[in-house]
Design a protein around this ligand. Structure first.
Ligand SMILES: Cc1cc2nc3c(=O)[nH]c(=O)nc-3n(C[C@H](O)[C@H](O)[C@H](O)COP(=O)(O)OP(=O)(O)OC[C@H]3O[C@@H](n4cnc5c(N)ncnc54)[C@H](O)[C@@H]3O)c2cc1C
Length: 488
């Protein structure tokens, strides 16, 4: 008999879990409280401007293709992806620029042009090293479920491999050994901030994020990142999965009241029965759906990543020639900037990501206009900043700074999202990046995707294994489905 699964939430995690479950024979229903799929990868539409409200940098399309393939579908039938070249334009505080090229030889030539031929050779060696790291780390530590910390013993061989590669040293030391030029050190280590941790605190294993975007490439979807979520939702529906929008799940129903095997979910007073429930809500919120089950210690003591302010602006005009889809503007400060975040202060000299998706897909804005997405990392709400007071200041500082950097700021439509807004969306500590990836919140130490007190219940998404970012969350969907096994 076909078993029935309810997935609570249609973020990338929930969608990926649903796709893999349908593929293994389950009868799947996704229940999403919002009016569209995507969760954090949301969409704001105003007067012909289409803003992606969450992720913008799409990496590892193979994982996405595998998610589509799990439904029996083909990604190309649902999505048009283009590899960005340059993947990023990196702008340094001394005025120099480096275009992160899609092709490795082209990138080596760019490194030679900007930083000299010796650094280009070091870049080549570092790419080889990153490739070895990725081949070891992804299957052995990221694409796997953990039942217990002692499972690490099974990974002893790969762990020794990481030790031999030097990936258990701090990330800043790894890149400092690899490169002499400070700009390349920054370029290959800033990504640890995506994982909520400064390069001098992160382990070298997080260099894998640098591999994902600087080496393996960055892609853009026609229609923006939100189109990736709608594409997955369409593939799921085509394979027989059902999604209902605008319905909030209030409780996961367990056999013995506050514990026991899952029986289904309650939404607006109705019981939807199921043999398994996959919960995609941000993890602390997910435990809120389980009255009587205390969150595990790893979650109660969790340390959260810094947050972000995002200023969305629909503007008249186009950026100056040479601007790219993704532009990173590094500040002068580096270590001090991370210390500011740790100490709960705004960075005194912030590095910014400015994405201009209309450079790849002009249809995201009315003719002659651009969509600008400016992201500044800021402390999460545990920092205690008064965002009601700060909002206007941050908005005018961001506008003035990007204007100096050559972006048009004749604003037609805009929206600013701060940590209080993230908290209103149910994201713990007001950060969209969930638990940071410090060592004790990674791999087997990260809150598990299952809880022994509720068999048949699986968590999926950023707060559980393997972690933050679209590629990791797609993997978490696969891992969630593996927990439940075949549905028929
Ligand atoms: C500003 C920003 C920039 C980012 N940049 C990048 C980037 O460039 N590249 C990258 O790879 N990653 C990036 N990320 C991270 C990435 O977006 C997330 O890791 C990922 O999208 C989160 O997916 P998720 O499935 O864990 O959660 P979510 O997307 O939050 O999905 C959870 C879903 O569950 C629903 N839900 C919750 N509770 C209930 C309930 N009770 N009933 C019904 N439904 C419920 C929610 O409405 C939501 O749709 C960024 C994130 C943000 C916000």
């Amino acid at each position: 008999m076909t078993r029935r699964a309810v997935v609570v939430g249609a973020g990338f995690g929930g969608l990926a879990a649903a796709c893999h479950l349908v593929g293994s024979g389950w009868d799947v229903e996704v229940i999403e409280r919002l009016g569209a799929p995507g969760g954090r990868a949301g969409r704001l539409e105003r007067n012909g401007f289409h803003f992606d409200t969450g992720p913008t940098v799409l990496t590892m399309p193979d994982l996405l293709a595998a998610t589509f393939a799990a439904t029996g579908g083909d990604m190309d039938d649902h999505l048009e992806l283009t590899r960005l070249d340059p993947a990023y334009r990196a702008c340094f505080a001394d005025g120099s620029e480096l275009r992160v090229r899609a092709d490795r030889d082209a990138m080596a030539a760019e490194v030679a042009r900007v930083c000299g031929p010796a650094e280009a050779e070091r870049f080549d060696r570092y790419c080889d090293w990153l490739g070895r790291l990725c081949r070891l780390e992804v299957p052995s530590f990221l694409d796997r479920n953990y039942d217990h910390v002692t499972d690490l013993v099974r990974s002893l061989g790969p762990a020794l491999g990481l030790l031999r590669l030097g990936a258990l040293r701090r990330l800043d030391r790894v890149v400092a050994r690899a490169f002499h030029d400070d700009r390349l050190r920054r370029l290959f280590s800033f990504q640890s901030l995506y994982a909520g941790i400064a390069p001098h605190r992160a382990l070298g294993v997080l260099a894998v994020i640098g591999y994902m975007d600087v080496v393996a490439g960055v892609w853009a979807a026609r229609g923006g990142m939100h189109a990736v979520a709608t594409g997955l939702a369409d593939a799921l529906a085509k394979a027989g999965g059902r999604i209902s929008y605008g319905r909030s799940v209030d409780e996961v129903v367990l056999a013995d009241g506050d514990r026991g095997t899952v029986r289904g979910v309650r939404t607006a007073g109705d019981l939807v029965t199921a043999d398994a429930v996959v919960v995609n809500a941000d993890l602390p919120g997910a435990y809120g759906l389980l009255p009587g089950i205390r969150p595990p210690a790893s979650l109660r003591r969790a340390r959260y990543s810094p947050s972000a302010v995002v200023w969305h602006a629909g503007v008249r005009g186009r950026p100056a020639a040479g601007h790219a889809h993704h532009n990173i503007h590094f500040g002068h400060a580096w270590r001090r900037a991370f210390r500011d975040l740790d100490d709960g202060r705004r960075m005194s000299d912030p590095s910014l990501l400015v994405s201009v998706p209309t450079l790849s897909d002009p249809e995201l804005a009315p003719p002659g206009c651009s969509v600008l997405y400016t992201l500044e990392p800021v402390p999460n709400l545990t920092g205690g900043l008064d965002w009601a007071r700060l909002r206007a200041t941050v908005r005018s500082e961001l506008s003035a700074r990007i204007q100096r950097l050559g972006y048009p700021v004749d604003t037609v439509e805009e929206s600013l999202v701060d940590p209080v807004d993230w908290a209103r969306q149910g994201l713990a500590a007001g950060t969209p990046f969930s638990l940071s990836h410090r060592f004790l919140q990674s791999g087997p130490f990260r809150p598990s995707n299952v809880d022994d007190r509720a068999p048949g219940l699986v968590f999926v998404g950023t707060g559980t294994v393997p972690g933050v970012g679209v590629p990791m969350v797609l993997l978490s969907g696969k891992l969630a489905a593996e927990r439940l096994g075949p549905g028929a």
